[in-house]
Design a binder for this molecule. Structure first.
Ligand code: SAH
Ligand code: SF4
Length: 359
């Protein structure tokens, strides 16, 4: 059994059921997440007999890194092979003294946004707590660039549809004995799963990014199909409620700019009005569409992107354009793992490990 899959209270129970004090759980957490130690034998302040027991019954298993690709902009895309043979991506972004880990929460994604390579894979399964923690652990202790300072859930999958694991994952990110990050340095990005935005606000209000993309239900229904279930009126209400609990008192709105679809000045104005109508403090993160095989959209030309940004700024909003990361290597997030996972799902399980093992 992988110890990384145990929540804090499960770990405490494991300790007390074996005659250990509750605080042993925090000592174990510290060894694993704060010091990067996987071998129980090296955890010198844990009683010897309990260390032996842990060594017999458990391990600290981190998904295997099967490929690491460095981009010209300094970011690194890592491919992790899970025990199921499937593959997920994480991105390590060193910038201005920060080390940001962009992690995945699911294999594939059921939301199926029309412009997204992960969505095109379909949904396979939720990542476990250990698989999510394993990505951060690996970047922290295996990348040789220093400690992770920020975590964003902007890799593969819809984090709020893996809520119970996400919640426990966030708790470890914030826990001093683990990663000790402040709530403002942890960002959950969502396509707009309204009931879970409300739950996150109460349970663990970290920074929130909402993938907005359009100001009308008509267009958003096409781009983000979950909008039919949770339309803009509900989403904006949830954002307004969230911002009072948010660590930075604003919500980040991501807008993937698609040529001729949502990139006109009128689109920018409509988005700006929507935010104002609901009294939400917004920061915009404009993401030029990242093309991938199978995608039918086009990235707008640079002037169009600039014009959109300026329109939002003139309307009084903070708007930045995200550098397209790793354009030179793997393109869109989910693209590379999509190629691998599609090959895996087309063949029988016997061959799964073999194919992932090609790397
Ligand atoms: N499921 C969550 C988080 C993962 S996607 C969400 O949708 O927010 C992270 C971001 O990548 C989202 O803002 C999403 O809209 C964006 N994205 C997806 N496919 C993209 C593509 N092909 N080009 C640019 N951005 C993309
Ligand atoms: Fe899922 Fe996010 Fe991709 Fe939409 S953009 S399919 S929610 S990962």
């Amino acid at each position: 059994m992988n110890l990384l899959n145990l929540t804090r209270s499960e770990l405490e129970r494991l300790c007390t059921e074996n005659g250990q004090p509750k605080f042993r759980a925090l000592q174990l957490t510290k060894w694993i997440h704060k010091k990067g130690v996987q071998d129980f034998a090296k955890m010198t302040d844990i009683q010897g007999a309990f260390r032996d027991y842990l060594g017999r019954k458990l391990n600290v298993h981190v998904p295997k890194i099967i490929q690491s690709t460095k981009s010209a902009d300094g970011s690194e895309k890592w491919l992790f092979k899970l025990e199921s043979g499937e593959v997920v991506e994480s991105v390590l972004i060193p910038e201005n003294g920060r080390i940001t880990a962009c992690v995945s929460s699911q294999v594939g994604c059921a939301v199926d946004c029309s412009f997204c390579a992960t969505g095109h894979q379909g949904f396979s399964r939720n990542l476990s707590l250990g698989e999510m923690l394993g990505q951060v652990w690996a970047i922290n202790y295996m990348a040789n660039v220093g400690r992770v300072t920020n975590v964003v859930l902007m890799g593969m999958g819809e984090p709020l549809l893996n809520y119970s694991n996400l919640k426990e994952f966030l708790k470890y990110l914030l826990l001093d004995e683990a990663y000790g990050l402040s709530r403002r340095k942890v960002t959950v990005s969502t396509s707009g799963i309204v009931p879970f935005i409300d739950r996150l606000r109460v349970d663990c209000p970290v920074s929130l990014a909402v993938s907005l993309h359009a100001a009308s239900n008509e267009l958003r229904n096409k781009l983000v199909p979950i909008n039919r279930k949770y339309p803009l009126e509900q989403l904006m209400r949830a954002c307004r409620d969230y911002q009072d609990s948010a660590p930075r008192k604003f919500i980040t709105f991501e807008v993937v700019l698609l040529d001729g679809v949502n990139d006109s000045l009128n689109d920018a104005l409509a988005i700006s009005r929507l935010i104002e109508d609901y009294g939400v403090n917004a920061k915009f993160n404009l993401i030029p569409y990242n093309a991938f095989g199978g995608g039918t959209f086009k990235k707008p030309v640079a002037e169009k992107i600039k014009g959109f940004q300026i329109k939002l700024q003139e309307s009084g909003h903070v708007a930045t354009v995200r550098k397209t990361r790793g354009d030179d290597v793997e393109g869109a997030c989910g693209q590379l793992s999509g190629i691998v996972n599609n090959r895996i799902s087309r063949v029988g399980s016997r061959e799964k490990a073999e194919i992932a093992g090609l790397f």
